[in-house]
Design a protein around this ligand. Structure first.
Ligand code: PLP
Length: 226
């Protein structure tokens, strides 16, 4: 792991912004190296990989699930996951709720929004999300706690575009806060910013940055279908 980059990032970001070290595809020894420096929040994209790391590594690690979550994989993470960043449909939220109930847990979740101009990114539109939040079915969910929003900007050198996409996500957060979560203190997180754009994200109000390659180096996905 890049210890220098780790300290530099911690020094750059305000104390109120949480650094989530994205360890996907990286060996457990890398997580242990960051853990030894005091890092406790780690992000993973694949449920089975997270399950293995959770089983092998210290139990006070907070595991953040940040990748696209399929309903048939929820079972690998539901008993211990700290925060699911990537809720992108009511169907997924409902199934997380059902399995959280079976585990007698309330699981914290973020609503993922599509703010990038790229087609491939998952996420709600603001209208879709409003429809869900207004629905009777949503109000019935007792075992999930909505803690805020998450999004990804376009992968581009155009900083103005990245600024505007993150600003859009922050505006969505503010709208939802005002209309649905005003009295809810848990609804406070804006998860945005990765290695290439976390500085811009922090300028636009991010409360959680998800940084992988700056800390652990480039990833080699091999034959895995990402
Ligand atoms: C992989 C990933 C990250 C980290 O990306 P880096 O560019 O390596 O910092 C952050 N968020 C999500 C959703 C990811 O899939």
């Amino acid at each position: 792991m890049n210890v220098e980059a780790y300290h530099q990032i911690l020094n750059e970001i305000p104390a109120t912004v949480q650094l989530i070290a994205v360890s996907k595809t990286k060996p457990e020894s890398e997580v242990e190296a960051a853990y030894a420096l005091g890092q406790r929040h780690f992000g993973e994209n694949w449920a089975q990989e997270m399950k293995q790391k959770h089983a092998d590594l210290p139990k006070d690690i907070c595991w953040h699930f940040i990748g696209h979550l399929q309903t048939n994989k929820i079972k690998y993470i539901i008993s211990y996951v700290h925060l699911i960043h990537s809720i992108d449909s009511f169907k997924l939220l409902e199934e997380v709720n059902r399995q959280a109930a079976k585990n007698e847990r309330v699981v914290k979740c973020l609503l993922q929004f599509h703010v990038a101009s790229e087609e491939t990114k998952f996420g709600f539109s603001l209208d879709e999300c409003r429809q869900m939040l207004q629905s009777e079915e949503f109000r019935r969910l007792q075992n999930v706690e909505i803690c805020g929003v998450m999004g990804m900007a376009t992968n581009t050198d155009d900083e103005a575009l990245v600024h505007s996409e993150f600003r859009t996500l922050r505006d969505y957060f503010n709208c939802l806060k005002k209309d649905y979560f005003l009295d809810n203190e848990s609804f406070k997180e804006i998860s945005m910013g990765m290695t290439g754009d976390y500085k811009i994200a922090v300028e636009e109000g991010s409360t959680m940055i998800r940084v992988g390659s700056a800390l652990f180096g480039e990833r080699d996905y091999g034959t895995r279908n990402a």
